[in-house]
Design a protein around this ligand. Structure first.
Ligand SMILES: *Cc1c(COP(=O)(O)O)cnc(C)c1O
Length: 351
């Protein structure tokens, strides 16, 4: 028998899982159609890239309204989370997050051996982040706080005032991370403007959602230049491959951003169609607020719905294990025909 010599802490870690393959995949909030990109000719791939592409930092800084020195480029928002955890939490240090939320804060915290403090949000309060609970976690030593807005999977925004309260409580003591993976669907909601007065704020961004480039693996952290430099010592060397830089620059060009805005508007409209369609089904108890490219719904029998969808080769995200989300599934907004397909499949489940 093989002896597993891996670190003790890893035995408890739930690795990220996201199935891919044939069928209709509505489980990872991707853009449902391929957007054509072509690599520029003559890329110098015999050379290592810059550690942090200055052209890409400038392009993203211009897009986000910050300075290039405030941008760290990473392999997606996920690597950004990992780097943030490893920059601000030693093994044994505590960090706070607000479930039900994105699972990777906990996964990377566990891998680092950091101590999770859960500030659980509740449906009865509209899943509002409890700034006092977060403040208490900071008072008790949390070095890092993750807050996702709009939150995946519950969909609601975290008000700017909540962030301001948490940032004030954390000043000089803890870093506060605003995960803005879905900000392009509501750009006016960005907290990037708070970076000016709060050197303990980090903002996570990605090209995986409205930019339709999940396969590219490109994300960003916005933060004060000192924080960006600290994270730069932790991130692997050459995290941005030459082809990734090339395509990311195209996505962030004026035409690239204009095309992204059109896609975001289309996805918002499709999201309303999905939400309305779900609300009308007798299999559905509740559809939650949807502000991005996914909808969370509570079903009378989520297990039966999940199984029926799988039988029809449609895959959604099971959220039944999350605190407060019994009988809930998260469905990514697809094309109009994807939406029709998923609604028809659910409608076939006996009530
Ligand atoms: C999708 C997502 C990310 C990052 O995804 P990447 O593909 O790694 O950029 C980060 N946070 C949340 C909440 C997400 O939903």
């Amino acid at each position: 028998m093989t002896v597993n010599l891996a670190r003790e802490a890893l035995k408890e870690v739930n690795a990220y899982e996201s199935s891919r393959g044939e069928g209709l995949w509505l489980n990872a909030n991707e853009y449902p159609e391929t957007v054509p990109f072509a690599l520029r000719e003559g890329l110098r791939m015999n050379y290592y890239p810059e550690m942090q592409s200055s052209a890409l930092r400038k392009a993203y800084a211009d897009y986000a309204g910050v300075e290039p020195g405030q941008v760290l480029i990473a392999r997606g928002g996920d690597e950004a989370i990992n780097v943030i955890v490893r920059t601000y939490c030693d093994a044994g240090d505590s960090y706070a997050y607000c479930p039900p939320t994105y699972s990777m804060y906990r996964a990377y915290g566990d891998i680092q051996g950091a101590k999770p403090v859960t500030c659980v949000t509740r449906e009865a309060d509209g899943f509002a982040v409890d700034a006092l609970a977060v403040q208490k976690a900071i008072d008790e030593g949390a070095r890092l706080v993750f807050i996702c807005s709009p939150n995946n999977p519950t969909g609601q925004f975290v008000p700017r005032e909540t962030f301001e309260a948490v940032l004030e409580a954390a000043r000089g003591r803890a870093m506060v991370v605003a995960d803005e993976a879905y900000v392009e669907f509501n750009p006016e909601r960005t907290l990037a403007g708070l970076l000016r007065d709060h050197d303990n704020l980090l903002v996570i961004r990605t090209l995986s959602k409205a930019f339709a480039l999940a396969g590219l693996r490109c994300g960003f952290v916005l933060g004060n230049p000192e924080a960006v430099a600290s994270m730069g010592t932790v991130i692997d060397p050459y995290p941005v491959p030459v082809p990734v830089e090339d395509i990311a620059l195209q996505a962030l060009s004026a035409t690239g951003v204009a095309a992204m805005r059109e896609r975001a508007a289309k996805m918002r409209a499709n999201c309303e169609v999905l939400v309305r369609g779900l609300s009308e089904l007798p299999q559905v108890d509740r559809v939650f607020e949807a502000n991005a490219n996914f909808a969370l719904a509570r079903f009378k029998d989520a297990r039966a719905v999940f199984a029926r969808l799988a039988q029809d080769d449609i895959y959604v995200r099971d959220q039944r294990h999350m605190p407060g989300l019994a009988n809930c599934l998260r469905i990514s907004v697809g094309t109009r025909s994807d939406i029709a397909r998923v609604l028809a499949s659910i409608a076939a489940v006996p009530v």
